[in-house]
Design a protein around this ligand. Structure first.
Ligand code: 13P
Ligand code: SF4
Length: 378
């Protein structure tokens, strides 16, 4: 029997020249060849032409569950951003899963390594560790539950695992904060100040007890000692560049122009928008809310553009508007396109896997503790 050894990956360059129809056909062919050994996961912010090829779609919580529960597949191609692929790698390769597969790993592939998340990049592990140390000088660290939004690097999830903390998503943030307050009397929430503040406000925590920690300030994140000592939730000064574009004035303009319109937003939007919206929730909650509304309902939706445009197409029986007059799209989610998807799939078929995300063993072990807590708190 002869063996063919293929040792170099197909270069990406030539894929740029291919038309969408050819790319579509080649993606479908690669999917047929890989069969059930391949699972393509797609986040709701992906472009329609990419979503078309996803086996399963979801919000961050659902996609984590799908990766954790995956059974037959040996490769997950993640059409989303870097932190999502890291989370999938940790959950799909946790010890009991590896054991059930006799040590074989599920490979997680991110079609374009430049698909990061600007919010996740706003909190680096050395900044979080330095903040933790400084907090310990004015309050007791053992009184604080660290909570990281899933939109963060695996090293931050590991930090939470090590320090009795947890990961949250936009769909379980309230339940996670309730869990956190059962453990300890304060929460240190990173990297999204808006999700942290909006959720805490809904739980009745006054904004005066939520100091904002600016990692670029040398002393106590720019706070007075007393502000930290009287805190309930310490919020990291991070945000989503897409959702911070939605403003209260956009809500007022729609309400004036279209009486009866309902405002539906993501909790990554600033407080001024969340406070006056009719409904706020994760991408899946936004989709479900529109799906379950009677025909003729009028909406102005404050979340990423590709999802809102898809909802418009899927629900012609409703009147759907994008909440901002500006284009609010996630440039990094948009990095995943047909060319990168086709390139990564054809390399998997050839056995020359590209862009594999493999979280270091030590980081994965500690992150898993915080992620497993997240999956049980709902
Ligand atoms: P969800 O899909 O979990 O609501 O997250 C939105 C988001 O910003 C992902 O990056
Ligand atoms: Fe990150 Fe915002 Fe893009 Fe989500 S929408 S991936 S939070 S930049």
């Amino acid at each position: 029997m002869s063996t063919v050894t293929i040792d170099s990956a197909l270069p990406f360059g030539s894929y740029r020249e291919l038309g969408n129809q050819e790319l579509r056909e080649r993606i479908q062919k690669a999917k047929r060849e890989l069969g059930s050994s391949l699972l393509i996961l797609g986040h709701h912010y992906q472009q329609d032409e990419v979503i078309e090829h996803a086996d399963l779609t979801g919000d961050s919580y659902q996609l984590s569950k799908l990766a954790a529960d995956s059974a037959d597949c040996r490769t997950i191609v993640f059409c989303g951003v870097h932190f999502m692929a890291e989370t999938a790698d940790i959950l799909a390769n946790r010890p009991e899963k590896l054991e059930s597969r006799h040590g074989a790993r599920v490979r997680v592939v991110l079609p374009d390594m430049a698909a990061g998340c600007s919010m996740a990049d706003m909190a680096a592990i050395r900044q979080v560790e330095s903040a933790w140390e400084q907090l310990g000088e004015v309050i007791d660290n053992s009184d604080i539950t660290p909570v990281t939004y899933i939109n963060s690097a695996a090293s931050l999830k590991a930090f939470c695992g090590k320090h009795g903390g947890i990961v949250c998503t936009s769909s379980n943030a309230k339940a996670v904060l309730e869990w956190s307050f059962k453990q300890r009397k304060r929460v240190f929430f990173f990297p999204d100040q808006h999700l942290g503040r909006n959720t805490s406000l809904k739980m009745g925590i006054p904004v005066e007890h939520m100091p904002v920690w600016n990692p670029h300030e040398d002393v106590l994140g720019g706070n007075a000692e007393e502000a930290i000592q009287s805190s309930k939730v310490i919020l990291w000064k991070g945000h989503c560049s897409v959702h911070q574009m939605f403003q209260a004035v956009h809500v007022h303009q729609f309400r004036e122009k279209i009486p009866g319109i309902k405002i539906l937003v993501h909790p990554e939007c600033p407080q001024e928008v969340n406070d006056i919206a009719d409904i706020s929730g994760s991408t899946s909650k936004i989709i479900e809310t529109v799906r379950n509304a009677p025909a003729g309902t009028k909406w102005a939706i404050g979340t990423e553009l590709h999802l809102v445009n898809r909802l418009k197409k899927e629900h012609p029986e409703q009147e759907i508007h994008f909440l901002s007059p500006l284009v609010c799209m996630c440039a990094t989610m948009y990095r995943i396109d047909l060319a990168h998807l086709c390139w990564s799939l054809e390399n998997i078929v050839r056995g020359t896997v590209v862009n594999q995300i493999h979280v270091k063993e030590d980081v994965a072990r500690w992150s898993l503790i915080a992620l497993e807590r997240m999956l049980t708190v709902r």
